[in-house]
Design a protein. Structure first.
Length: 197
């Protein structure tokens, strides 16, 4: 995962810190190991350690040691907790929300956010996205994916559009014009964590 700042929330120091805040502030009642946060965000151990240290020092997160693991959680008593949680939910929050919703759907082999939201996440300048485009690879039922789009739209507060393609289409040597465009632009991997373009 890149460490340049996203333009979704210009005050967030790095893309990794935004992703870490989405995971921790979005599930404030849960505790996470640094390894788990690295897996969820696609960030390397050194970057996670550095960003978590900064967020703990600022009082945004709390930490404790359990055996050899450093565990962190949101500091719900921080004076700006509600404001930070709401802002991060609107900007970085779509990734954990979509990952959670897609996890319960059979036939989802891969899933990506693409389009303007992914481009802003990668640091490309432009207006704040008015919707979120998701591409699912696999055999998931269109009805189940429509339900995911509806629930995600309500939770995120932005329209979510979900498209589906078969694995064969996704892996074709000569992709359709639509898939060539999707693959040629920034994408955020919802299942493996991390952004790539």
């Amino acid at each position: 995962m890149k460490t340049l700042p996203s333009v979704l929330t210009p005050f967030v120091r790095s893309d990794v810190s935004g992703a870490l805040l989405a995971e921790t502030l979005g599930r404030a009642d849960e505790e996470f190991s640094l390894a788990e946060l690295g897996r969820l965000t696609g960030a390397g151990p050194g970057v996670v350690h550095k960003e978590i240290g900064r967020l703990v020092e600022a009082g945004v997160l709390r930490d404790r040691t359990v055996g050899r693991n450093r565990m962190v959680r949101a500091n719900a008593e921080h004076p700006l907790f509600s404001l930070m949680r709401d802002l991060i939910a609107a900007t970085y929050g779509p990734v954990p929300v979509l990952r959670e919703l897609l996890a319960g759907i059979d036939g989802v082999e891969a899933a990506f956010v693409y389009g303007s939201w992914a481009a802003r996440r990668e640091g490309e300048a432009g207006e704040f996205p008015r919707d979120i485009d998701v591409l699912v690879v696999g055999t998931a039922s269109r009805r189940a994916l429509a339900d995911v789009a509806s629930v995600a739209s309500a939770r995120i507060g932005v329209d979510v559009n979900v498209s589906r393609v078969a694995r064969e289409e996704w892996e074709a040597a000569e992709p359709t014009p639509f898939l060539a465009t999707v693959k040629g632009r920034p994408m955020v991997d919802l299942l493996r964590g991390g952004a790539h373009g």
